[in-house]
Design a protein around this ligand. Sequence first.
Ligand SMILES: NC(=O)c1ccc[n+]([C@@H]2O[C@H](COP(=O)([O-])OP(=O)(O)OC[C@H]3O[C@@H](n4cnc5c(N)ncnc54)[C@H](OP(=O)(O)O)[C@@H]3O)[C@@H](O)[C@H]2O)c1
Length: 330
Amino acid sequence: MPAKKIIVVVGATGNQGTSVANTFLKLPAWHVRCLTRNPHSDAASALRTQGAQVIQGDLTDPASLTTAFQNAHAVFVNTDFWTTWYPAKAVLCAEGKSYEPASEMAFAVETLHGKNAVDAAAAVPSLERFVYSALPGTSKVSNGKYTRSKHFEAKGWVVEYISKQQPELWKKTPLIYVGAYTTNRLLTPRLDPTSSGRYAFVLPVKQETRIPIINVQQSIGQFVRALVEEEEPGVKLLAYDSYLTAAEIAEVWSRASGKEAVFVPIAPEAMHDKMGVTWEHLDSQAFINEYGYTGGVVGVVEPAQLKRKVATKSWEDQLKEMNWTEVLAA
Ligand SMILES: NC(=O)c1ccc[n+]([C@@H]2O[C@H](COP(=O)([O-])OP(=O)(O)OC[C@H]3O[C@@H](n4cnc5c(N)ncnc54)[C@H](OP(=O)(O)O)[C@@H]3O)[C@@H](O)[C@H]2O)c1
């Protein structure tokens, strides 16, 4: 039997990485190595029980990445913005300050994490694929109009860093643009207080704006497998289970739940001023409204264009399986 190939999963204890690790753990041809800051967490222990090699490492510590990536054939990297942003915002707000510097802080951390992972991967001779979980940089595409969603900006920065600073790694790099998680607040309507029992999706987009939706834990691993095993490097995949307009989101949810739901457009400014939604969250939605979810990214492919069809469950079918009495009571 040929020796197993090694895939290193960065962020393996999180939503995206767990899905990738679980997918590859089922494939006899692969040895799965998971990087975590805390090898003793429940999530790390669960991965170990399933057969993963769990090693301690930190995206702020380049030497730990060099060790983790040794002899790897594939590396999956997801960088997380929110681990920095939420605590930084909480501190700023507790001091009575604007939350906005939290975005700059989280941008600095996420881009450093991405750079460290890229530089470490670029030095691995055995590497065949480097899969990065990306989002488009909004300010460059919009000529400086949308600059405030740094969780998009940071991932766009990392993509540019690979292409410009690590051209050899770029030749081995497929990108996965992950759609909005099914758990995203965008996809949970609120009970419309002006009606008797009607639900409203209040969103800062036009009714024809399309949002890709993905059950990240069920589907990401399957898409990453396709990018690692079957696709050419250089593929930029928009990964989703369903790709629906704002109006369709309300229709699908209504059909599945049996409750009336409507789409209610709202200006981003009103969402910020009246509902307290931060610009970190809102600016990317305004960008999507004008440019699309992968606005400015050239050559994006969608799941149906993959060489082997990745069969994931539609959002509507996922919703139909839910216990609506419990969901609506919550
Ligand atoms: N929500 C959405 O709709 C959506 C859509 C597209 C993209 N995204 C992006 O997805 C990202 C979040 O991914 P997720 O949901 O998988 O996150 P998550 O479940 O919160 O997991 C975060 C992961 O990052 C790892 N991590 C954090 N800091 C680290 C460090 N310094 N060194 C090594 N590992 C570190 C954690 O590992 P340990 O704690 O074990 O070390 C954990 O595995 C965000 O950047 C977000 O912008 C979200």
